[in-house]
Design a protein. Structure first.
Length: 282
């Protein structure tokens, strides 16, 4: 594997890592966007539920109203029939039926009044929920617009990086790209540099000296027996220690200063104890 190929695979991995980071950024923005929109979505669901219930109640009220109208027509017919009866027994039967229809109609009227009351309450609730929904949408609109713009930018970056990656991959040997892609499946790293002491930079398995020399100067792709990544010679930045965060450095400095003060105080105390007391008779 030539130095040019090594550099090419390193650059390919850098692009793949950048694509993974960009895709992660898109997912994070989509999650944040969903969190921002959730209150309005919950209210929208409540509005939909109330609207559906209101529609059902109106249909039920209409059904009861039609049933009442049918009973009113039936009563009118029975009353007309009552005027034409020819004997007491027939009159009694018609009167009994009229009373039964009247009670059923009164029951329908009570049910209709109850439904109308429920409908009015649902209409009031729907109005309140709609106002709350509109307010929530107005409140989150600026943040939603901002997150949507960031998401579109992240999607554009992802697409650009993928195009750059595909174009760059065409410049590398096909067999090495196939091996690289096979290792990379599942998001694994395909390349790892040797550490300063000659271990795999991915799983830290020690590499025999002869193999280390082949990795640094040979022309073949050599994979780690421990984790399977392609091993490459380290660049200077691979051997640099991780920078200590400023907060940790400040904390270490404070601890060192505190230790110095403690040692100084301890020395002074020991010196004071070592001094001979003055003789009162002198």
């Amino acid at each position: 594997m030539t130095e040019q190929t090594r550099s090419g695979l390193r650059e390919l991995q850098r692009l793949d890592d950048a694509i993974v980071a960009a895709e992660k950024r898109v997912r994070e923005l989509e999650h944040r966007l969903a969190e921002v929109e959730r209150p309005a979505q919950d209210l929208d669901g409540e509005v939909g539920t109330t609207r559906n219930r209101l529609q059902e109640m109106r249909l039920e009220e209409r059904r009861v109203e039609l049933a009442g109208d049918e009973k009113a027509d039936r009563m009118k017919k029975l009353e007309d029939r009552l005027q034409a009866v020819r004997n007491v027994r027939e009159e009694s039967a018609v009167s009994a039926e009229i009373d039964m229809v009247r009670r059923a109609r009164e029951s329908d009227e009570q049910e209709a009044l109850s439904l109308l009351d429920q409908i009015r309450r649902l209409e009031d609730r729907l109005e309140e929920q709609s106002e709350a929904l509109e307010e929530a949408r107005t409140e989150v609109a600026p943040r939603r617009k901002e997150l949507e713009a960031e998401r579109e930018e992240a999607l554009a970056d992802t697409g650009r990086l993928k195009e750059e990656r595909d174009a760059f991959a065409e410049t590398l040997p096909a067999d090495e790209i196939r091996l690289y892609d096979a290792i990379r499946v599942g998001g694994r790293r395909a390349l790892a540099p040797l550490t300063e002491d000659g271990a795999c930079g991915n799983c830290f398995t020690m590499i025999p000296p002869q193999i280390q020399n082949e990795i640094r100067h040979g022309s073949e792709l050599i994979r780690c027996e421990g984790c399977g990544v392609i091993l490459v010679a380290p660049l200077p930045e691979d051997l640099e220690p991780d920078p200590v965060p400023e907060a940790a450095a400040d904390e270490a400095g404070d601890e060192a200063a505190a230790d110095e003060v403690e040692v100084s105080e301890s020395s002074e105390a020991e010196g004071a104890e070592g001094e001979a007391p003055e003789d009162p008779s002198a």
